[in-house]
Every structure is written in structure tokens, then in C-alpha cells.
Design a protein around this ligand. Sequence first.
Ligand code: PGA
Length: 262
Amino acid sequence: MEQGSLSMKMIIGNWKMHLGIRESVAYARGVLHITVGHDVLPEVVICPSFTALSEVRKVLVRTRVALGAQTMGTERFGAYTGDVSVAQLDDAGCGFVLIGHSERRAMNGETDAVVNTKMKLIAQTSLVPILCVGEPKAARDAGNAEAYVIGQIHEALRGVTLSSSSRLIVAYEPLWAIGKGEAATVADVVAMHTAIRNALKTLYKTIALQVIYGGSVDGAHAYQLLREQSIDGVLVGGASLKIHEFEAIVNAGREVMTAQNI
Ligand code: PGA
């Protein structure tokens, strides 16, 4: 996929610390139900809690819905009580992993250096990183939003070897829009996505790059976001836990892909 080319839209559900194993399985079946029988379908990924990964995987085998994890450890293996390595996520059937989600940056000490370590570990596997970046309100108010976000990306990718076969998803999630019920404006998102693409163009010539948006995405305005060429998809938290909202978002992706002949 060339940078800037029209790519399939992508919808990622981040369930955060919600749902037990049985609920997760039931919900995953609900997501499958949304996706079956459609020729045109965005790429759909769901990210349950670690405890539910293996049971949800069974539900998703041979379907068009992929499995993702919400985080990973910083070491390959060893005496790291409570951590889960990227190899273990691979083993559990994950194709994707969220890295540097703002909640982990804020509450779990996930610094730029930690994010960078994780990106290097993932680069040695077939998992696809969903690198989460986003500026705090103060940076936006000060007019530094782009510099802040591009800085996070440079730190995350420092020394990371990406080849033309590598796939990278950057999720732009402004902190002030996450879980707040009010998303960033489409114009702000488009401007940031363009800046991200430009920054990565100078870092890597051709990688399979997708830039997606997250922060209070719901069924009501997903179409407005997804119809923009520079918005390859959405990362959905709260609304991914309401099946009708999630369905509306997936359907918005289908409508856009149909209208744009993607
Ligand atoms: P939200 O969360 O959709 O509830 O704002 C998005 C996220 O945290 O990834």
C-alpha cells in the first residue's frame, strides 16, 4: 500500500477493562453477526482483556474479524510477573496490539522510551502495532498539537526497522477527546493526519501506513470521519461496548467504502 493511497477502512474496538470471559464471547458473536453476509466490509478488530483473548479467538477463527490486545510487556520473556509478552500475544492469536494508549501513558508509566522498546519488539514479529499518540489540551491550546504528536511518533519509532512489508497503524487520539463524548472536529483530525503522513514520509518511503482517529467516536458521526481520505479508520472505546453503536460505525465504514469504491 503506497502512502496516501485509498485503503480499506478500519474499525477497532477497544473494550478496555470491561466484560468477563462469557460476556466477551457473547459480544464477539454479536460483532460477527454485524459483519457476516457483506461483500464490502471494513477491517474489524476487537481488543478484549487478556483473560478473554483465548476464548474470543475461538469465536473469531476463520472470520473477517481480527483479534487485538490492549498492551504488551517490554521484554521477550522472563521473570516479569504480571506482564504478557508479544510472543504470548502472537501465541494467543492476536494480529494487532495497542501501544502507548494514553490511559497507559498516564496511569501505567508508559513513557516514550517504553513505547519505543515495544515498537522494536513488535517489529520482530508479525503483529501489527497500533501506535497511539495524542496531545493534551494544553498543547493544543498553545498551538503545539502537531509538534507534540509528531514528537511522540519520532520517539516511538527511533531505531525501529520498518521495511516495505511492514504495516503500521498510527491512532491519533487527542487526550481531551477520549471518553469525553465530544470528538475532535473533522478538520482538526484531517490536519493532524496530514501532518502525521508528512512526518512519516520523511522517515520511511513506502510502508503500509494507516492513520486512524480515536476519541468519542460514535455511530452518529463515524461516517463524517470515515469519508475523509486521510482518515483510514477509527479506534472506538465506549461506543464499542454498545453493539448497536458499533454496528452503526461498521455500517458507516461499509457505506463509505461502497460510495468511494474502495
Ligand atoms: P472513547 O475511547 O471512544 O471512549 O473516547 C477511545 C480510546 O480510548 O481508544
